[in-house]
Ligand binder design. Structure first.
Ligand code: AP5
Length: 216
């Protein structure tokens, strides 16, 4: 069992690799992006505020996302937790350490997925996902086998995200470099950081992640 963080800019492949780990290692994916997208549709005042911030590509407040993770972080589960898109700021990283300690758990690895910014625009603007099961596709690199139908669950609810456009991506990248990239040094200093080449083919990225996990 291992608790890991997948760290990387928008489009690095965090969600894609997290889904594989759920299938292959029975790990539990905790994606704050998915939780916030669910909150957006709740019809509440909080959901409306979250939608406004997310659609522009900015970060939601630490207080909200830490609260969401706290709700989901029950005792040890399956093959361990994959923190996907969390933490994204230093206060979130400190909060995660404290939460895990309170649950008697540890962080086993932080996996940074390195990708050139140039590759991210093509990845983000070509992405679509299944609204039912969350499977991730891409117009060029990973289209669904039957157009308009999810390979994994057969749903026809394939969607594009409101923040998957060049303008919002610019803001998302700025937010990443200003607020999230300092976490690379933070976890390096703690001796917890491993780096994988996120530009490689999906199977090769998965193999590199497996090597890190097998050492934990
Ligand atoms: P979130 O949902 O976390 O989005 P993100 O970090 O921007 O990451 P993405 O989901 O865009 O990319 P990914 O790395 O998962 O890539 P994917 O696997 O899909 O966050 C969205 C928003 O929510 C934030 O902007 C913020 O507003 C808010 N938020 C979330 N968490 C927060 C937090 N902790 N604090 C504050 N605010 C928060 O892959 C992308 C595409 O590339 C896909 O089409 C895929 O098929 C393709 N692809 C993947 N791997 C490869 C490969 N190896 N080769 C070729 N193509 C590939």
């Amino acid at each position: 069992m291992a608790n890991i963080i997948l760290l990387g800019p928008p489009g690095a492949g965090k969600g894609t690799q997290a889904k594989r780990l759920v299938d292959e290692r029975a790990m539990v994916q905790l994606s704050t992006g998915d939780m916030l997208r669910e909150a957006k549709t709740s019809g509440t005042e909080m959901g409306r505020r979250v939608a406004e911030v997310m659609d522009k590509g900015q970060l939601v407040t630490d207080e909200i996302v830490i609260g969401l993770i706290e709700e989901k972080l029950t005792g040890a589960q399956g093959g361990g937790f994959i923190f996907d898109g969390f933490p994204r700021t230093l206060p979130q990283a400190d909060a995660l350490s404290a939460l895990l300690a309170r649950k008697g758990q540890a962080l086993d690895a932080v996996i940074e997925m390195q990708v050139d910014d140039d590759a991210l625009v093509a990845r983000i603007t070509g992405r679509y996902t299944c609204g039912n099961c969350g499977e991730v596709y891409h117009d060029q690199t990973r289209p669904s086998k039957v157009a308009g139908t999810c390979d994994a669950c057969g749903s026809h609810d394939l969607r594009r995200r409101a923040d998957d456009n060049e303008l919002a991506l610019k803001t998302r990248l700025m937010e990443y470099y200003k607020k999230t990239s300092p976490l690379i040094g933070y976890y390096y200093a703690k001796g917890e950081l491993s780096t994988v080449n996120g530009l490689a083919e999906m199977d090769a990225v998965a193999a590199e992640i497996a090597k890190v996990l097998d050492k934990t």
